[in-house]
Design a protein around this ligand. Structure first.
Ligand code: ATP
Length: 353
């Protein structure tokens, strides 16, 4: 496993472990919270579990940590079935949403805690805790108590505490959700940097799609106790396999269309399908705002509102009898409310339901 802090101050990388869920079922009082979850995280991979409240993200993490017993299936680490191994023997580092530092211990003592439990000698303990704190940029705050730290600093300490024991897997359960937007972005980027320096396999639970897309190698979109789709951020965005994923990942317009012969007729254009085997008939088509452009020729529409979003502009237009579409475009186009524009759809494959 990772030599986290080899005494040089710089972590040395080493491949993490493979984490495999094989048809994992978890029930609470007969209700299935996980309905047969299967996926494999490769060594060193950063996987985000993304989905709406109650879809089973935290349950999946807790089952992997050994904090919940599973009812069926298997969980394997590097091929070894750990389904019945107790939590304290699974060697996982965890960071939770709530700040979970011990209030009566200093920052340094909090980080040392796991090493003390493992009966590591005092000198070694102190050195490793200091190095872990330096890794998260808090070497200078070793003597502070939790109430003397900001929320972002407390989560950094929690991260140092999770990593100091050199766990086989890092589990992060909404670690950023209590922080304000700016700190959240800083810390998420830092977690990603440290995780990839260490090469530690990481599972990160979030309900924030932007956060998941920004940091993860792959995102597992969960729905009602199972994984709806797992893929790279690009795959999920460009080729969502279901309406649920298309809606959950990014903004989409929903427009009526007719499928025939492996393509769909929508707003007067014929577009390819993400799933060309879709049966002929009436469907709803998901059109990304950035795949609708202003054109010299095409569908007529009237500008309703337009918003400047820094690097781009998003404009709402009304088509025909009242259909509203969101169009994303360059800030150099500045359509005025009430103006008549023409639209064309980019010929990219679209998901339908
Ligand atoms: P959130 O984003 O709101 O934290 P989640 O996706 O992490 O949601 P889980 O906490 O894994 O969802 O919960 C999945 C389902 O299992 C929910 O229906 C929840 O009510 C149920 N559940 C979770 N923990 C327990 C428990 N200890 N006892 C009974 N039911 C539970």
């Amino acid at each position: 496993m990772t030599q986290l802090l080899a005494g040089t101050g710089a972590p040395t990388t080493n491949a993490g472990v493979t984490v495999q869920f094989d048809s994992v079922v978890k029930e609470y009082s007969g209700q299935r919270a996980l309905t047969g979850v299967s996926f494999t995280a490769q060594p060193g991979e950063f996987i985000a579990l993304l989905g709406p409240s109650g879809c089973g993200k935290t349950t999946a993490l807790r089952c992997l940590a050994g904090l919940e017993e599973i009812d069926d299936g298997r969980i394997l680490l590097d091929g070894d079935d750990v389904s019945t191994v107790p939590a304290n023997k699974r060697d996982m580092g965890m960071v939770f949403q709530s700040y979970s530092l011990f209030p009566h211990l200093t920052t340094g003592q909090n980080v040392e805690f796991g090493l003390r439990m493992r009966k590591v000698a005092a000198d070694d303990r102190r050195r490793r805790a200091r190095e872990a704190l330096e890794m998260v940029g808090l070497g200078h705050l070793e003597g502070r108590y939790a109430h003397q730290l900001s929320g972002g600093q407390q989560q950094r300490v929690a991260l140092a505490r999770a990593l100091v024991t050199e766990p086989r897997v890092l589990l992060l359960d909404e670690p950023l959700s209590a922080l304000d937007a700016k700190v959240r972005v800083q810390l998420r980027d830092e977690i990603r940097r440290i995780q990839s320096d260490l090469g530690i396999t990481t599972l990160f639970v979030t309900h924030d799609q932007e956060e998941a897309l920004a940091v993860a190698d792959r995102v597992a979109v969960m729905k009602a106790g199972n994984i709806e789709q797992i893929g790279t951020p690009e795959e999920l965005y460009v080729q969502p396999r279901s309406a649920f994923v298309a809606e959950f990942i990014g903004l989409s317009n929903r427009v009526d269309g007719i499928v025939s012969g492996g393509a769909v007729e929508v707003l007067g254009q014929r577009l390819p399908l993400v799933d060309p085997t879709t049966a002929d008939g009436a469907v709803r088509v998901f059109l990304r705002p950035e795949n609708i452009e202003f054109a010299a020729d095409g569908l007529e529409a009237t500008v309703v509102t337009t918003s400047f979003l820094g690097s781009l502009r998003r404009t709402t237009v009304r088509v025909g009898d009242g259909l509203l579409l969101s169009v994303q475009h360059s800030v150099s186009d500045q359509p005025a409310p009430g103006a008549v524009v023409r639209l064309a759809l980019r010929p990219v494959p679209v998901p339908v339901e």
